[in-house]
Design a protein around this ligand. Structure first.
Ligand code: DGL
Length: 280
């Protein structure tokens, strides 16, 4: 019987974006075992409706709840913005989102804050509200970047077109003279080379991945749930092509992961079938 503290932490995202959070967790808590899930069959999330995003997150949470994990980290800003509050009340697991840790870190750095995020995250106003609640005198500018996730998932990180698109998205924030920029989507850390080269050097970059890793460690410590055994190798699961995810992700992981394809809906159907055959 595995003790709760030795169970893995689950991270999920629509795709490879959450790997930026995974890397921050590796740095902050190298002793923890991790289950990483990417809903690649249904990405991008950021152009979907709030209802659809909530439904996808519930399906992921249902599956994760059957996998024996001690904590869930939404390594996806879109899910954190649209679904965190609802699912926190529905599942008996600690669930962490990126918005509050990101907003807190940004307010410590500046007064004129830019947020680049998916259209769904921008439309939710989650960052705007979180920042204003902490400091109502801060100015907040948000830009939706619908092209970034498909470009990153398509491995066009270094293309001239991606640079043009980044320039277009950042121009309006640069003209507002922002002093701080939040990566409001976990995928965007993968574009840090191009983003850094466009932004004035004085702009502070906030990657909420760093703050959520610190918050997760604190939470585990408070709950007495830090792993006290050797960590297991990270388990990578996807809803789409395992080969494609393994191929794309190795540039950020530094190794070629073994990836399992899982069927979210089918797994909950199997469970229902099992339950009904048990007469539950
Ligand atoms: N990486 C996710 C986020 O942080 C989702 C991106 C998407 O699928 O659109 O918002």
């Amino acid at each position: 019987m595995i003790e709760t503290q030795n169970l893995p932490i689950a991270l999920f995202d629509s795709g490879v974006g959450g790997l930026s959070v995974l890397r921050a967790i590796y740095r902050q808590m190298p002793q923890e075992s991790i289950l990483y899930f990417a809903d690649t069959a249904r990405l991008p999330y950021g152009t979907r409706s709030p209802e659809t995003i909530l439904q996808f997150v519930r399906e992921i949470m249902d599956w994760l709840s059957t996998q024996g994990v001690k904590m869930v980290i939404m390594a996806c800003n879109t899910s954190s913005a649209l679904a965190l509050e609802a699912v926190r009340a529905e599942y008996d697991l600690p669930i962490l989102g990126l918005i509050l840790p990101g907003a807190r870190a940004a307010v410590k750095q500046g007064k004129n804050i830019g947020v680049i995020a998916t259209p769904a995250t921008v439309a939710s106003n989650a960052y705007f509200q979180a920042i204003k609640e902490i400091d109502s005198t801060t100015r907040v500018w948000q830009v939706g970047c619908p092209e970034f996730v498909p470009l990153i998932e398509g491995n066009h990180i270094h293309s001239a077109y991606t640079r043009q698109v980044a320039q277009k998205y950042l121009n309006s924030l640069i003209s507002k003279r922002i002093d701080t920029l939040i990566y409001g989507c976990t995928h965007y850390r993968h574009l840090e080379g191009v983003l850094h080269s466009i932004l004035p050097p004085s702009v502070n970059i906030i990657d909420p991945a760093e703050s959520i890793a610190i918050a997760a460690e604190r939470e585990l410590r408070l709950m007495g749930l830090k792993n006290n055994k050797l960590p297991l190798p990270t388990r990578f699961c996807v809803s789409g092509s395992a080969e494609q995810f393994a191929e794309l992700s190795q540039q950020w992981l530094g190794f070629c992961p073994r990836v399992e394809k899982i069927h979210l809906r089918e797994s909950s159907m199997i469970e229902m079938t099992l339950k009904s055959s048990e007469g539950v």
